[in-house]
Write a protein of this length. Structure first.
Length: 197
């Protein structure tokens, strides 16, 4: 089951990240090349275009058929919360794809296709890991330069508190990545065992 994501969580990130997450949340699939290029052009004209594109996706025939998992709450959220929600979304979609592959009938052609799909999922996982490390590093760098020394802050907004938030977010991301890696390893072991028999 794919977790729901709020509009406020979805709107964070680059145009490319936003669009990939929108396709996953509203349509339950990865973007097609033509649609991605078209919508990237639409939202390039300003950040205010993103909300309109979300409504277009949800109101489309495919969006209505899929049902989507977007909660139309535009309330702004902290970056850490948005990144965690986006990672959950992508992890859930990958998990659903793996389950679908696991339950698909196994013919020789299907086994070969599954092996290719597992490799593609592994590449997507590597890309996601790199992306999340870069985002967390950028967040840490931004916070390091802007947060005053602890004594001048209230305990709730102290530097230690901010660091704890970053570390908790990073730990959650790593835990989800490890779980997904284990599933990928299990999946990749399945087709090899079948191909040898």
């Amino acid at each position: 089951m794919i977790n729901r994501i709020t509009l406020g969580e979805l709107l964070h990130g680059t145009d490319e990240d936003f669009l990939v997450n929108l396709y996953l949340a509203a349509l339950g699939r990865w973007p097609d090349e033509m649609g991605f290029a078209h919508h990237l052009g639409v939202i390039a004209h300003g950040p205010g275009k993103r909300v309109g594109v979300v409504h277009d996706f949800m109101g489309s025939e495919e969006g209505r058929r899929h049902g989507g998992c977007i909660i139309l709450d535009p309330e702004p959220v902290p970056v850490e919360q948005a990144l965690a929600a986006q990672l959950r979304l992508r992890t859930d979609v990958l998990r659903a794809a793996i389950l679908e592959l696991r339950h698909a009938p196994r013919t020789e052609a299907a086994t070969s296709s599954v092996a290719g799909d597992v490799l593609a999922l592994g590449a997507a996982l590597d890309s996601l890991r790199t992306e999340m490390k870069e985002r967390i590093a950028a967040l840490e760098a931004a916070l390091a330069g802007q947060v005053p020394a602890s004594p001048s802050l209230s305990p709730r907004v102290s530097l230690d508190y901010v660091n704890d938030l970053v570390e908790a977010s990073q730990a959650q991301i790593h835990q989800r990545l490890r779980a997904l890696e284990l599933r990928l390893i299990e999946q990749s072991a399945g087709p090899k065992g079948m191909g040898g028999g």
